[in-house]
Structure formats: C-alpha cells, structure tokens
Design a protein around this ligand. Structure first.
Ligand SMILES: Cc1ncc(COP(=O)(O)O)c(C=O)c1O
Length: 378
C-alpha cells in the first residue's frame, strides 16, 4: 500500500478505536465505486471469508454477516434476531457491556434474565448451571468475552460447555478480543461471536459483524423480526444471494478493513498477541513505578485493558492527567466501573511496548505537575 505522506501518529490507549497504520488510513482513498457492483461485492465476500478464517473457522460451515455501525450494532442485531418467540434470553452480567445487552433486550421487550455478578469477579459457573436447570424457557445465553470496562476475561469455553449441555444457543461479544487473543471458533463452545473493525483489526469504526454457524443462522429465519434494519437473517440472505449488504455498504471502510486484515496476516496471530501482551507488561511496569494499582486481579485480566485505581488524593484530577498526555499524543480513557474512581489504559492497536514506555515518561510528568512525588504512597 502506497503511503504518500506519513500521518501524525497518535497513541490511542483508550478501549478503541485503536491506533491504525498509515497504509490502513490511505486505503480509504479509492476511486468512487457503487456498492452493488460485482467487483465490490467480490471484495466484501473475500473480507467475510477472511473474518471467519481469523478465528480458524471453515467458511463453508461459518458465515460472517456484516453490518454498518459501531460495535453496539452487532450486539443489537444478535439479541433482537436470535431469540425465538416465547423463549427467554439469559445475560451473564459482570460489567457494562453485558449491562448494555440487558438494555437492548429491554428495548425490544425480549423476556430475559439479568444474571448479575460482581463487576470485579468472574461469573460463578454453578449459578449459571442452576439458573439454566431451573428455567427451561431460556433458549439463548449471551455474554462478553472481555468486559472492556474492567479488563476481565470471562471463561467463555467453560460457560459455553454449560450452555450447550442445556441445549441453549451461546452468543458472545468478542468485540474487544477478536484478532488480538488467538481464538478458534471450533473449540470455544460458542454459536455466534460478534466483533467490530476499530479494535483488534485496527481498521475504522463503522463495520461490525457476527460470525455464526450457517445452520444456526438459518434456524433464525422464522424468529420474530423485531428490527427492520438490523435483522440477522435478512442481511445473511442478501449476502448469500450475492447482493452484498441489504442497504448501502460503507465501501471505503470495507477497503480499509481488507487492508487491515492483510496486515493482520502479515504480522501473524501469535506475533500480534505477543506484541500486545508485551504492551500490557509495560503498562504494569509503568503503573508500579508511579505507585498506581490494578482494580482487577491480574490473574483474571485479558492483558488488553487495565483498570487503574485513581489516587484517593485531592491533587489528582483525571482531566489534568488526560489533557497533559493528550497534548503529547497519548489518549487515555475514564473508568467504567460502577461506584469506583478508576481510569483505563488499553493496549489494543498498532502500538509497541516502546510506545507504552514513552507514555509513562509523559504520565509521570503529568503526576509531578499535579504535585505528586513518585512513587505515590498507597
Ligand atoms: C465488549 C464491547 N462490546 C461492545 C462495545 C460497543 O462498541 P461501540 O462503542 O463501538 O458501539 C464495546 C466498545 O468498547 C466493547 O468493548
């Protein structure tokens, strides 16, 4: 990919969108093209296949169904399209993204169970098992792989084993883990995984997808059509008839996604995960040097998002920290934990541990400017 002129590089340490390469940025610039042209549909179909291959699926068995929109659109699609009439949805909820699924279910009037667990712990598998045993009306279970608000990595394979033992369908939001943590859809005990272009693949916000077993998608044909625009089966049918998306596709975003996938394969699944894991270790080192603490036990963290306890000190001001770093090219993000003062440092994008080290040089200056001597005493 020809890069005409390097674009200013910002290090995004927020939980997506993530830092992109210049070659992905430039891949947006293409000759104008109609989304119904065969040339474009062929490219979109290739992208769909690649998305399945990233999770080691066989495209004849699994299909990726793309929608225009940020990550939430695909949570919306799966929840509104995959619950049969007169059946119930169970949401395994230990954080803000599962809570959003609860909101979506409420919005569509879908009967659901909000199975809540503490936001700083893994869900209790025995409670999930008991709930499914007792409530035979539950047909679909939903949850998040990583709760991006806390950085907890949920035990999807173990939960999926229970879900399938009870004959239910399992839909999992992998928006903040896909193309980062290596995944094999064949042995994850899941039926549908959702993701989005702007996090692990380091493309742009505006395309999201679900990867599902074709037979499972086809089963949903006669389920209630609760949304006009966001129905999974309708969109699948359009793709399968060779027409692309049901409505106008984001042509340029698909080209950028194609380039980002190419760069994913060039780097390699294991090498990408190793690089991101090194970034997380650099985050842990930097936090220790400043004297800041994790909210979540590192043993249950994804190594992609770190929720940091904010200092309990009147001199601390998140926005002073944020602005100082932002002006120097580093973006950090507020926390998303109910009732706790936290902020987040995320390592999702086209960044290296050197970028993280550089960030901590700046972060330390920001703490000094707020009047702290480092390391901060607990
Ligand atoms: C796990 C998870 N699900 C859903 C979303 C929602 O995505 P968006 O804000 O792109 O709609 C996010 C975004 O951070 C996420 O991390």
């Amino acid at each position: 990919m020809e890069v005409l002129k390097p674009v200013k590089r910002n290090i995004l340490l927020n939980p997506g969108p993530s830092t992109t390469t210049d070659s992905v940025k430039y891949s947006l610039v293409i000759p104008d093209m109609c989304h119904r042209e065969k040339d474009f549909i062929k490219i979109m179909d290739e992208v769909r296949e690649e998305l399945v291959k990233i999770v080691h699926g066989d495209p004849s068995e699994y299909a990726a169904v793309l929608f225009t929109g940020s990550g939430t659109v695909i949570d919306d699609v799966c929840i509104n399209s995959l619950v049969p009439a007169d059946k119930k949805l169970l949401i395994i909820n230990n954080g803000s993204y599962a809570s959003r699924m609860v909101e979506i279910a409420k919005h569509y009037g879908i009967e659901h169970v909000n199975l809540s667990f503490p936001q700083d712990k893994l869900p209790d598998l025995n409670v999930i098992e008991d709930t499914l045993k007792k409530d035979r009306k539950i047909a679909v279970v939903a949850g998040a792989h990583q709760e991006t608000g806390t950085g907890i990595l949920n035990p999807i394979k173990e939960i999926g084993e229970i879900v399938h033992r009870h004959g239910c369908t399992f839909i999992v939001d992998t928006i903040s883990t896909y193309a980062m943590i290596p995944m094999n859809i064949n042995d994850m005990n899941v039926d549908f995984i959702m993701s989005s272009a702007q996090k692990g693949l380091c493309a742009f916000t505006g395309v999201s997808w679900v990867i599902g077993n074709r037979k499972e998608i086809e089963k949903s044909k006669d389920y209630p059509k609760r949304s006009y625009y966001c129905n999974l089966y309708n969109q699948y049918e359009f793709f399968e008839q060779g027409e692309g998306m049901q409505f106008t596709s984001p042509v340029q975003l698909i080209f950028a996604l194609k380039q980002a996938i190419k760069e994913y394969w060039e780097e390699g699944e294991e090498a990408r995960w190793k690089r991101l894991d090194e970034c997380w270790h650099a985050v842990q080192k930097g936090l220790k040097e400043i004297g800041l603490k994790n909210v979540i036990d590192p043993a249950i963290q994804s190594h992609l998002v770190t929720a940091v306890k904010a200092p309990d000190d009147p001199r601390y001001d998140f926005y002073k920290l944020h602005d100082y770093c932002y002006e120097r090219g580093f973006t950090i993000y507020p926390g998303k934990m109910f009732g706790l003062n936290t902020f987040r440092i995320c390592n999702l994008g086209q960044i290296t541990s050197k970028d993280i080290d550089d960030f901590f040089v700046v972060a330390k200056e920001a703490f000094n400017n707020m009047g702290f001597e480092l390391p901060i005493e607990a």
